[in-house]
Ligand binder design. Structure first.
Ligand code: ZN
Length: 450
């Protein structure tokens, strides 16, 4: 048994907090405002630091196996642990094999299980490459415990091709009860917008949004909401206010959720000429009105949760290029999301603590069938804790990122807080000043439970 003393936790109501002591082994055994008198093997004194349910990054690309020059499960989960993330959910598309069948999932698991330092769940996916689809294969994949099925309406990946709206409609009919996640950008709009620009124009960072305009996101979201009104749908990385608004208006009528990412909350397309490859990802960041709207969505809990869409690559050969159209799309964000969100929204914007907890763990855990084992501080659930030091700032130095991707649009920024400790199933996996405390292989696969 272990004991955490003097942790400041949310009471669940707004900014109300409680000072508590927590008794735990791999599960939470007792939480008390009174001293806990029991013989324990370890006492962790938090001196009033903030303790929240272990954070979940529900959208990462860790590329393992297959594209390990971009990220391995060890570098990715190490970055997560440094960033206070206790569970990551890895996308199905950026590995070889992709997670499109149970067999592929097992092949991937055999590799990554030995490498993870924090817990992980997995996305399954449907790609055009596998058409005509085997219904049994998809059901088998779903039943093996993936959190959902990811589909692309546009894809730059040969090994994970996009589906047409007709394909999607057929998939919706075949699998009415599965949860589907969409990368929603209309392929035709992007193709046409790109054709209108010369290679010289496409090479310039200031034209990136013109080549992938917000209209693409808006049209794809609109279309999927229409054909999927009887399905369970999640939209990943929404960056457009109008797309977000379309989703919000449908929330009462259908089972739909969406996420956004720190880059959409902090940057706009005006930042591309300055931040260059550091900010390039797809979909692009958009305009100030979009950024403002998404920040309001966060404050109002209209957005369901925040993820990073973490995707790293080699800075020198894939990002630091003069032709912006050739620059790899992807931002490695999992190490910085929690310090950024708590600094920007809890400390600066005074968003209630209870809201930030929902958006960084609880809501994702509920959506993906992991709650209350993950994303809660209930007795009997996994002892996953993120400890934040609100008094120790973090100056972003991209050279010190644990990801293979050593770059960040937040380079040089100072966040008001930092991660003091990351605890997964009762074990400290990361401690500020001492780094990673467990061996690769400590992190376990977490299956969707409902
Ligand atoms: Zn992604």
């Amino acid at each position: 048994m272990n004991l955490i003393q003097n942790a400041r936790i949310s009471s669940g109501k707004g900014n109300e907090i409680q000072m508590v002591n927590i008794l735990f082994d791999d599960k939470i055994r007792e939480i008390s405002t009174e001293p806990i008198n029991q013989s324990v093997s370890q006492i962790i004194e938090l001196e009033g630091k903030l303790l929240i349910p272990g954070c979940i990054d529900a959208h990462v690309h860790f590329n393992d196996p297959g594209y390990t020059h971009h990220e391995t499960f060890t570098t990715g989960t190490t970055a997560a642990a440094f960033g206070g993330i206790t569970t990551v959910i890895d996308m199905p598309c950026t590995s070889v094999p992709p997670v499109t069948t149970r067999k592929n999932l097992e092949r991937k698991l055999a590799v990554i299980e030995k490498k993870a330092v924090v817990d992980f769940a997995l996305w399954g996916g449907i790609r055009k490459n596998d058409f005509p689809l085997s219904k049994n294969q998809i059901l088998e994949l779903w039943n093996s415990g993936v959190v959902g099925i990811k589909i692309y309406t546009i894809s730059g990946m040969e090994t994970f091709q996009a589906l047409s709206y007709d394909d999607i409609q057929n998939v919706f009919k075949q699998f009415p009860y599965l949860l589907f996640a969409f990368h929603a950008e209309d392929a035709e709009i992007i193709q046409n917008a790109t054709l209108k620009l010369t290679p010289e124009e496409l090479a310039k960072p200031e034209n990136y949004l013109r080549s992938r305009p917000a209209e693409a996101e808006i049209k794809a979201v609109k279309k999927i909401l229409k054909i999927g009104r009887n399905n369970r749908i999640h939209f990943v990385h929404v960056g457009s206010s109008e797309a977000a608004n379309l989703i919000l208006r449908k929330k009462k009528q259908m089972d739909v959720t969406f996420e956004t990412c720190p880059h959409y909350l902090q940057f706009t397309a005006e930042d591309y000429p300055k931040l260059l490859g550091r900010l390039k990802t797809a979909p692009p960041v958009k305009n100030e009105s979009d950024r403002k709207f998404l920040r309001v969505c966060l404050k109002n809990e209209d957005v369901d949760f925040i993820t990073t869409d973490h995707a790293g690559c080699d800075w020198e050969t894939e990002k630091n290029l003069t032709d912006f159209s050739k620059v790899y799309s992807g931002i490695p964000g999992t190490q910085l999301m929690i310090p950024y969100l708590f600094s920007e929204f809890y400390q600066k914007e005074k968003v209630p603590l209870s809201t930030l907890i929902k958006l960084t763990s609880e809501n994702a855990a509920k959506r993906y069938g992991l709650f209350p084992r993950k994303g809660s501080l209930q007795i009997g659930t996994d002892a996953d804790f993120t400890v934040i030091d609100l008094e120790k700032p973090l100056k972003v130095d991209e050279k010190k990122l644990q990801s293979i991707g050593k770059y960040s649009p937040f380079q040089g920024d100072t966040f008001r807080c930092s991660i003091a400790r990351t605890i997964v199933r009762g074990e400290t996996v990361f401690e500020s000043g001492n780094g990673i405390q467990v061996k690769p292989g400590f992190g376990k696969w977490v299956k969707r439970e409902y």
